[in-house]
Design a protein around this ligand. Structure first.
Ligand code: CA
Length: 258
């Protein structure tokens, strides 16, 4: 490696020294993944976007790194050589709400849902595109920096405004008439804008634990909400706002359309 006097740009890799205008401003990510090729390519891509990335290949090293560094976000493979990745989720969730993005094998849907129910925030399935991971990371970091809520107790996602205390919903200034239950469902979804909400999490939040397997409740209410939003949405501002992940749950696009 030669450190020339010139300043030849380094292709794609780590951020250049002195490139960060505000020291400490770059989000710090912890990547826990035992596939060395995948880990290296994801870390490279993230570094290229200005993130500071620490990579480890075991759950044990992941927990050590998490406790020592308290990163802003954790990318977590569930199939790790020493422990199940869900052990990492449990440990982190004991005392932090740090966003956790699961990197999951496509065929392991039950594991994925279990991870989400334990408190992971979202997932991507392997093989994933770099753009997809970036979009999820941005959404999660935006969310942890503060939801779309404002000081007046409103949740704002694009043209849609949900007034938590006033129990009023409006779309581009037009009122949306929701029943109290529909309001609660929409509130839970908007509170997690940009993240995935499992059927179980939604049902427990709105109906209580006894209903956590009744996913048809969620379907019925979400389709009513979609219909009511569409009725006051001639410009299609919120068309596709609530995206269904079949068999898993719902994702509300974040304010920037992600
Ligand atoms: Ca693995």
């Amino acid at each position: 490696m030669s450190a020339g006097s010139g300043g030849a740009p380094r292709p794609g890799g780590a951020p250049r020294p002195g490139a960060a205008p505000r020291p400490g401003a770059a989000p710090r990510l912890l990547l826990i993944e035992d596939d060395p090729d995948l880990s290296a390519s994801v870390a490279d891509a993230l570094a290229g976007q200005g993130y500071v990335v620490r990579t480890v290949a075991t759950a044990r090293d992941g927990l050590t790194a998490w406790e020592a560094g308290r990163p802003d976000l954790v990318l977590l493979d569930l199939g790790l050589p020493d422990m199940d990745g869900t052990a990492v989720i449990r440990r982190i969730r004991k005392d932090a709400a740090t966003p956790i993005l699961i990197l999951s094998a496509r065929h392991l849907e039950a594991d994925r849902i279990r991870a989400l129910d334990l408190g992971a925030d979202d997932y991507v399935t392997k093989p994933f595109g770099v753009g997809e991971v970036m979009a999820r990371i941005r959404a999660l970091l935006r969310r942890s920096a503060g939801p779309g809520g404002d000081v007046a107790g409103r949740i704002v996602v694009g043209a849609l405004v949900l007034d938590v205390t006033g129990h009023v919903v409006s779309l581009a200034g037009r009122p949306v008439e929701l029943t109290p239950r529909e309001f609660e469902v929409l509130k839970v979804l908007l509170t997690h804008a940009g993240r995935l909400v499992t059927h179980g999490r939604l049902l427990r939040a709105v109906w209580g634990t006894a209903y956590s397997d009744e996913s048809h409740y969620a379907h019925v209410y979400v389709s009513q909400i979609r219909r009511k939003l569409a009725a006051v949405d001639p410009d299609g501002d919120v068309r596709g706002l609530i995206v269904a992940e079949p068999g898993v749950g719902y994702r509300v696009r974040g304010p920037a359309g992600r």
